[in-house]
Design a protein around this ligand. Structure first.
Ligand code: GAR
Length: 189
């Protein structure tokens, strides 16, 4: 049984989906959900499933060993980012190199990088007149959205799409695929 820690900054629908998925599996379970925002809805969602939650500020994350120590204490095998907006610091990258995954709501390497998250991504995709978007699961390194790609899935962008309709289609792809990609990854650890 592998232990998954989730980092998330916001709503947490992916985090909840991953928690639910693994609650019936023997391969892995979510043991910790951490956020950089003390009032992020993701923390309430996780608490409902009796999962330990916590938050950290910039100082704790970048200048101390607090988060690393907590991850070690919880015997974390894998870190999953689900709508997490900060770069992961070196101490965590070093310890968990190759064991940190992120999901991005577009087909990287397009529409990634600093400041490209959530609805901003969908807005840029629509503004560029793309006929296709999708999701990318990739390894996390020290540069936003630039780690090796593990998995992509595609969806159409229709001429009458707005940010919300496209976000909904992309979210559906995330719910369908992210837990299964994590499960395959865990199976190879
Ligand atoms: C998801 O669509 C995820 O792909 C995206 O944030 C959303 C979080 O939704 N992540 C990024 O944009 C990272 N660059 P959620 O909080 O409902 O899971």
């Amino acid at each position: 049984m592998k232990n998954i820690a989730i980092f998330a900054s916001g709503t947490g629908t992916n985090a909840e989906n991953i928690i639910k998925y693994f609650s019936t599996k023997n391969s892995a379970r979510v043991i910790l959900v951490l956020s950089n925002k003390s009032h992020a809805p993701v923390l309430e969602r996780a608490a409902k499933f009796n999962i330990e939650t916590g938050f950290f500020d910039r100082h704790q994350f970048y200048d101390t060993e607090e988060v690393v120590n907590l991850l070690l204490k919880k015997k974390t095998d894998l870190i999953v980012l689900a709508g997490f907006l900060w770069l992961v610091p070196d101490n965590i990258l070093t310890l968990f190199r190759g064991r940190i995954l992120n999901i991005h709501p577009a087909l990287l390497p397009s529409y990634g990088g600093k400041g490209m998250y959530g609805d901003r991504v969908h807005k840029a995709v629509i503004a560029a007149g793309e006929e296709e978007s999708g999701i990318t699961v990739h390894y996390v390194n020290e540069v936003y959205d630039s780690g090796d790609i593990i998995f992509q899935a595609r969806c159409k962008v229709y001429p009458d799409d707005d940010i919300h309709s496209l976000a909904e289609r992309v979210h559906s792809l995330e719910y369908e695929h992210y837990p299964a990609v994590i499960e395959r990854f865990v199976g190879e650890m």
